[in-house]
Design a protein around this ligand. Sequence first.
Ligand code: ARG
Length: 561
Amino acid sequence: MKEQIIELIMTAAKLDRETVAGILEIPPKADMGDYAFPCFQLAKTLRKAPPAIAADIAAKIGDVDIIDKLEVKGAYLNFFLKKEMFVKSMLERADTANFGSSAAGKGKTICIDYSSPNVAKNFHVGHLRTTIIGNSLYKIYSKLGYHVERINHLGDWGTQFGKLIVAYKAWGSREAVEENGVAELMRLYVKFHEEADKNDALNDEARAWFTKMEHGNEEALEIWRWFVDISLKEYKGTYELLGMEFDHYTGESFYRDKTAAVIEKLQNANLLEESEGARIVDLEEYNMAPCLIMKKDGSSIYATRDLAAVYYRKETYDFEKCLYVTGQEQKLHFAQVFKVMELLGNDWAKDSLVHIPYGLVSLEGAKLSTRSGNIIYAEDILLEAIDKVKKTIEEKNPNLEDKDEVAKIVGVGAILFHDLYNQRIKDVSFKWDKVLNFDGETGPYVQYTYVRCASILRAVSYDENADINCGLLLDDEAVALLKEINRFPQVVMDAAEKYEPSVVARFAMDVAQSFSRFYNACRVNVEDTDLRNARVKLVALTKNTLKDALDLLGIQCPEQM
Ligand code: ARG
């Protein structure tokens, strides 16, 4: 219907499509009409006052069958559409299997670099955020037809492994590592630092071991590989709980034989400078600290491997964009890497490489970080959520089937929803009663709305293929719900454009709340068959839309709870 209005205005005002489409808007309040055409911008070209322009267009459009009322209000021309036709067009739009998806990204590839925990360290709640946000962006871009490569850029290379080898040899044992996994590796790492504070020679030893690794020493690589395997096994347990997967586990070590080519490129471009024995790219001109490329002892670093990774991904996947989801504290690192790529003559780097930062996580106010010793494992948070939900189920619905499965879907969903409900840059604070509140703005509330829809559809008899009489869906609450649902395609596009899953989470909440108002106002299981079929249609649409929206957040829906 928007198209039809655009055409009416084009003809009446003799304007091109682009101008009209750019100006036409959906007003913030229903009493301002279904569409509004503000005429401010046109005043200059048409040399007329905006209200006169609006009146003029209104007169030229005249009586049209899709329009109930045309109203000139100041500079605005407000369109009130015939409700019934509006409802009909909304229904047609929303009642398709692939509602919300599009072909916008057909033939294009997006790389998403996310999660990427650091081997031999625990998978903590900070990494939970990148994992949840990255996974949601993967779903959102896939919905728009993009091909997405999910890349886990594990922190599995660097001087810390030299330290770990030294510590393992001095204070560790095979049995302890086998038995306690990452926790033992972390213990060894801490032990190393305690000892190295007293004895600096240990640092030299650690550097020597990392150099051995970089030169392919088998003994060193064997221990390192073992540490990686042990860590990965633990991380995969967390991913399984979350129901998430990756296409590539190409961590930093994957690029160790690819950094020499980067250094050569930098040399050829005359970008490398020496500074206190190390090699850097000076970025002063761009108001940034220098980008460190090679340490004094010749070892490569984080940034070098990231530069190699950009080249590798561009050549291998030919991405349109490569997104990096990490905490804000890596803002400078990515700005440096992207700038160096640009200076190397890669003009595409400017628009294609995007850092997607997010805020900190705290638990009931306490900051969670490995340094403060207050280490919270992501897995523990997830398990605790599942456990709490299980208790609620035992209390309120002890006869529920598949209790464990439902507790998992609701518990994990609660954490995900809570994480994604606010703009990603905002800090997240966990308060259990807030995360799991079934009446609040939470994942369980949206899931519960879905379950209500499912149970209505089970309880009411209706004809799925009946022609819907749109004249029966004109209650304010029904129209409001349909309007809400209809935003879905735009919501998916907005979320992708802003790299912001919260847009989808807010939408899911709006639909759930709007459904609740509809359900309170309009009985579904009524005598009249036509009215019943029409209202059931809305319930079914709500159910599908909630499922699709939650799926974009990585959240599943139980059929009962
Ligand atoms: N391992 C890093 C960390 O935990 C994140 C890696 C992000 N990706 C990248 N290409 N640098 O902080």
